[in-house]
Design a protein around this ligand. Structure first.
Ligand SMILES: CC(C)(COP(=O)(O)OP(=O)(O)OC[C@H]1O[C@@H](n2cnc3c(N)ncnc32)[C@H](O)[C@@H]1OP(=O)(O)O)[C@@H](O)C(=O)NCCC(=O)NCCS
Length: 143
């Protein structure tokens, strides 16, 4: 299993992971949004970056992140927006390795911190996150 940056020829293997992730959130995005997301992931000048877990020419999981400036530091920060491991690959430390690779990417990119959100009731994700980061007291509002 290797964790590596997403490449343009990953499109066919990335799409089922992306759809699995959207299904997990019961989200239906328009094809236009998926196209835009894929284009951003493949654009080296974009702030959106992707990592994938690959084994035997198959993609097992993905992490999408956004590097952005922050008013609270000189250095940028890294938002881990999407994390997904396909059902048949779960429980093999793939998500842990993806997050560790996000940390390495953030460090290499000069980001001073990495942050992400999850749902209160996402117990599998939270039990992993509790071993890798600290939980903040912030609550998310959205209009
Ligand atoms: C959450 C998710 C990414 C975890 O992927 P994974 O590769 O199975 O996770 P890992 O194997 O790296 O898990 C490592 C640790 O996380 C915890 N964990 C993972 N899955 C768990 C589960 N189903 N139940 C309890 N703990 C779990 C355990 O602490 C585990 O450590 P252990 O193997 O030593 O017990 C995966 O279940 C997933 O894609 N879920 C649907 C999408 C999602 O929730 N994404 C995150 C949104 S914020």
């Amino acid at each position: 299993m290797i964790i590596r940056p997403i490449q343009t020829d990953d499109r066919g293997a990335w799409q089922p992971l992306w759809h699995g992730y959207l299904e997990f959130y019961r989200a239906a995005l328009t094809p236009e949004i998926t196209e835009q997301t894929w284009a951003a992931l493949c654009d080296p000048t974009s702030a959106v970056h992707g990592l994938v877990a690959e084994q035997d020419d198959q993609l097992a999981g993905l992490a999408h992140l956004i590097l952005h400036p922050t008013t609270w530091a000189v250095r940028p920060t890294c938002y881990l927006e999407d994390l997904y491991v396909a059902k048949q690959w779960r429980g093999q430390d793939i998500a842990r390795r993806l997050i560790e690779a996000v940390y390495a990417f953030a460090d290499e990119s000069g980001a001073g911190s990495v942050y992400w959100l999850t749902q209160e009731y996402n117990a599998p994700a939270r039990s992993l996150y509790d071993t890798l980061a600290h939980r903040t007291s912030f609550v998310v509002y959205q209009r």
